[in-house]
Ligand binder design. Structure first.
Ligand SMILES: Nc1ncnc2c1ncn2[C@@H]1O[C@H](COP(=O)(O)OP(=O)(O)OP(=O)(O)O)[C@@H](O)[C@H]1O
Ligand SMILES: [Mg+2]
Length: 392
């Protein structure tokens, strides 16, 4: 596994953080001996209830807090290493902005902190504001921004230095569903470009959409960790999706299943699936927008800046190939209710069209053999055991 070691972006062993009071007495054991590793190109989810230690862990990765115990390496270095910080982008839990700076000045300020030239700053800031849907608000003071607009500029700020590791603490909080979808698309695109993303979020549907691996914390301790697909796979069940069947066919199918190994009626569940609310909502917005007036708020985002796609290294046709890959439709069939028009493959907003909504890594679709592997079963067993303990 020496090769794997080289791909490690973050490695934590026995990591702990105890906050102490004025007298040096332990006040809160925020993180309590956790082990985890994040590999290059991964979208890594940090999950847990309020106060479970997610932000504290992130702050230790950023070198903003010193661990009380344990080992923590980021790109193989101590988190306090100053040179390494230029490789990290961070969107904090709360968006901290200088309220009298305009959107452009805000990004320019952060670009200057990273030592970018004036020309590069102007180019990147314009592209990023376009990407996050704030191009029309470029000269407005950020103090006037709505919560979602502030979140969008926070995301742009986290990407201004073209980071190799992007840490996003609740990136979709306060965003409308369009903004959420766009942030998820950006995350997937960044990962497909070999960037590493650490994501803290309470929005489990978002986590499920974008994360490869997750670490679930409770009381500062790891309760569950591993590949999300392996953890969630219900290995002992099979789902079949077909065009709508008549009641007579459904009955026949049930009889057939009972005659072929399914032991009881209660084990068979046949229904008409529901569409995904996010897809439905975005579709509604697309249709409404065709006839609606302009908004002073955030617009839907624009193109991903070229520097995030290739850093000047990729040929245009390679970029195109990446976007094509992202645009490829889901390989898993989507549930379609017979009485509702089939879900659109992607929302038809301009930028989303450009990005597509397919998973960033279709090549990593689960291989059924692998899914059935012992590792998957073990991960799930451990997860269930730990959850059962939690419920005690
Ligand atoms: N600066 C601090 N001083 C003292 N205790 C702190 C400090 N920061 C965090 N804590 C404590 O550490 C624990 C973990 O907090 P943390 O902010 O890491 O949780 P979190 O998982 O990010 O929660 P949330 O979902 O609410 O953001 C909590 O008990 C919190 O009160
Ligand atoms: Mg937090």
């Amino acid at each position: 596994m020496a090769n794997d070691k080289h791909n490690l972006v973050v490695e934590a062993i026995g990591l702990s953080k105890v906050f102490k009071d004025f007298w040096g007495r332990p006040k809160a054991r925020a993180v309590n001996g956790i082990d985890f590793s994040v590999r290059q190109g991964q979208v890594f989810g940090l999950l847990g209830p309020n106060g479970s230690g997610k932000s504290t862990t992130v702050k230790m990765i950023l070198g903003l807090l010193y661990p009380s115990r344990g080992i923590l390496k980021v790109f193989g270095e101590e988190p306090q290493n100053v040179d390494m910080k230029s490789r990290i982008g961070y969107l904090p839990e709360e968006t901290y902005l200088y309220r009298y700076l305009t959107a452009m000045e805000t990004l320019d300020f952060f670009g200057a902190l990273f030592g970018l030239s004036v020309d590069k700053r102007r180019e990147r800031c314009t592209q990023l504001l376009e990407m996050v849907g704030l191009a029309h608000a470029i000269d407005r003071p950020v103090g006037e921004f709505s919560k979602g607009m502030a979140r969008r500029i926070g995301l742009a700020q986290a990407l201004v230095n073209d980071p190799d590791l992007v840490i996003l603490d609740e990136p979709t909080s306060g965003l409308d569903p369009i903004g959420c979808r766009e942030v998820k698309d950006v995350i997937r695109l960044l990962a497909s470009r070999g960037k590493t993303v650490i994501l803290c979020s309470h929005l489990l549907a978002d986590v499920q959409d974008v994360c490869d691996d997750v670490l679930m914390l409770y009381g500062g301790k790891v309760q569950v960790d591993g590949s999300l697909k392996e953890i969630l796979l219900e290995e002992d069940k099979t789902r079949v999706i077909t065009p709508r069947l008549s009641p007579a066919t459904v009955q026949e199918l049930q009889q057939w299943l009972l005659a072929h190994g399914v032991s009881s009626d209660a084990d068979i569940h046949i229904d008409t699936p529901l569409r995904n609310l996010e897809d439905f909502f975005l579709d509604m917005v697309r249709q409404a927008r065709a006839s609606s007036v302009d908004t002073a708020g955030a617009h839907s985002g624009g193109e991903i800046p070229a520097y995030l796609l290739d850093g000047g290294k990729l040929a245009a046709n390679r970029q195109q190939a990446i976007l094509e890959t992202l645009r490829r439709p889901e390989q898993v069939p989507q549930p379609v209710a017979a009485n509702v028009a089939p879900a659109q493959p992607a929302v038809n907003l301009e930028k989303l069209e450009a990005l597509g909504s397919a998973p960033a890594k279709p090549v990593k679709e689960p291989d059924p053999d692998q899914a059935a592997s012992e590792a998957a079963a073990k991960a799930r067993q451990e997860a269930n055991a730990k959850l059962a303990n939690l419920n005690k």
